[in-house]
Design a protein around this ligand. Structure first.
Ligand SMILES: CC(C)=CCC/C(C)=C/CC/C(C)=C/CC/C(C)=C/[C@@H]1[C@@H](COP(=O)(O)OP(=O)(O)O)[C@]1(C)CC/C=C(\C)CC/C=C(\C)CCC=C(C)C
Length: 433
């Protein structure tokens, strides 16, 4: 049985030549021959993704099945002369990043408009056949990955209708794989070229020509929900930015980064969740609320992970804010906790109070939009919001030590927050929106 047969430009070259784990079978011409020899219909130039059994075997082989499916970075890298091209390419990427700086809001607005236009247009209509069996397998895999890697968001999706839930899982997996390129174990070897390949691969997904089962789930999602490619491209650009940029001068610069890695997620998921048909206000405001939730989540994530990010050479905090609180970059690198006493520096505490207050304000902004979403999406989004926001309380409870401690919300507390989230969703559309 063939996974996916869609039309394809004839000059496609295999992107995943090296040690591609799950994807190996997808570009192996033998899988096409194998399929053909089994008497299956051969569409000229079609992507042949191997048989369902091959996909299953690939996935199950080894003890780290989930990871195998996720980690695409190795397969996107130039195998032999990688390091020779890196310096020049990195310089080019740095220029690109500089040119873009300060244009964060513009980039965001542009994507917002593209998403609103896409929402009014018909969904993709692939001239392809996607077997039910393989489709179910693809979505099951996405669900497994989401459940494994994103407990908070998975909990939210479990409250959605099955169609929306699986679509969000497919989006999650694409985002996770993208993030893994610059954040995963191979990150130091991922070049701008690898990101270009990932971008090409994204375009194929949006052309109905997926490369593997996880991509196939996203291609299918695009045929069910009116989603624009723009936020996906902006997220890949965010990863490009991450390759070359490790400091943020001010909040504007950080804002752009947050849009690219998290606001984009909001723009990707709103069309899946849908806006309530009784909402009579300006839809753009709903998208703005969604962007705020992405931003607030990402700021929270940054505040939680300061110590961890420093070990990767990155400080995602506005340098001018640090200066205002009398803190030098080098102090953040060393950590502002006295190792002997465990006491947190007072300047750091004050700085953190300011950052936490800002994140809370942005969460508040986003709240207005949630009840403008379709009724069945409100509980999931409220749940994700209230649970993620509690990470800020956990940072406070750790006395602002985010160098040696990782703030988290315990499972019992997440469960306890669910009824509150449910009640928030019952409140009806916020007329102030
Ligand atoms: C409930 C729901 C619809 C969830 C969306 C799930 C989804 C598709 C998540 C993708 C997350 C992801 C892997 C993004 C890649 C970049 C990144 C790492 C962003 C950070 C997420 C947290 O990831 P991480 O794995 O590091 O987290 P933990 O270690 O487990 O804490 C981010 C912080 C960004 C997350 C951003 C969102 C989920 C966007 C939220 C906005 C909406 C769902 C729109 C809501 C609509 C209105 C109108 C308010």
């Amino acid at each position: 049985m063939v996974l996916f047969a869609g039309h394809l430009s004839t000059n496609r070259r295999p992107l995943e030549k090296s040690s591609a784990p799950l994807c190996e079978t997808l570009f192996d011409p033998r899988s096409c021959e194998h399929a053909a020899s089994m008497g299956e219909r051969q569409v000229p130039g079609a992507v042949r993704c191997g048989t369902i059994q091959e996909q299953e075997q690939e996935w199950e082989r080894g003890s780290k099945g989930l990871e195998k499916g996720l980690k695409v970075s190795a397969s996107l890298m130039e195998p032999p002369n990688d390091l020779n091209i890196t310096a020049a390419a990195l310089e080019k990427a740095a220029d690109w990043s500089r040119d873009l700086l300060g244009r964060g809001k513009e980039v965001e607005d542009n994507a917002l408009k593209a998403c609103m236009e896409a929402a009014e247009a018909p969904c993709a209509d692939w001239s392809c056949q996607l077997q039910d069996e393989i489709l179910n397998l693809a979505y099951d895999r996405c669900g497994e990955v989401t459940g494994e890697y994103a407990k908070t968001f998975y909990l939210g999706t479990k409250l959605m209708t099955p169609e929306k839930q699986r679509a969000i899982w497919a989006i999650y997996v694409w985002c996770r794989r993208t993030d893994e390129l610059v954040d995963g174990p191979n990150a130091s070897r991922v070049t701008p070229k690898a990101l270009e390949r990932w971008d090409e691969r994204l375009q194929s997904v949006f052309a109905g020509e997926p490369y593997d089962v996880l991509d196939a789930a996203l291609s299918h999602t695009l045929s069910e929900f009116p989603i624009s490619i723009q936020p996906f491209r902006d997220m890949v650009d965010g990863m490009r930015m991450d390759l070359v940029k490790s400091r943020y001068k001010n909040f504007d610069e950080l804002y752009e980064y947050c849009y690219r890695v998290a606001g984009t997620v909001a723009l990707m998921t709103v069309p899946v969740m849908g806006i309530d048909e009784n909402f009579e206000g300006d839809k753009e405001k709903v998208y703005h609320a969604a962007l705020s939730l992405g931003l607030a989540n990402q700021l929270t994530n940054i505040l939680r992970d300061v110590g961890e990010d420093v070990t990767r050479g990155r400080i995602y905090l506005p340098v001018d804010d640090l200066k205002r609180y009398g803190i030098q970059e080098e102090e953040v690198v060393k950590g502002l906790v006295d190792p002997a006493t465990g006491k947190v520096d007072d300047r750091w505490k004050e700085f953190m109070k300011f950052q936490i207050a800002r994140a809370r304000d942005i969460f508040k902004e986003s709240e207005k939009g949630i009840n403008a979403l379709h009724v069945d999406a409100r509980w999931p989004v409220w749940s994700a919001l209230v649970v993620y926001r509690e990470i800020l309380d956990a940072i406070e409870a750790n006395d602002y030590d985010n160098f040696t401690k990782r703030a988290y919300v315990p499972k019992w507390r997440k469960t306890a927050l669910l009824p509150y989230a449910y009640l928030q969703g019952l409140k009806g559309i916020d007329r102030s929106l």
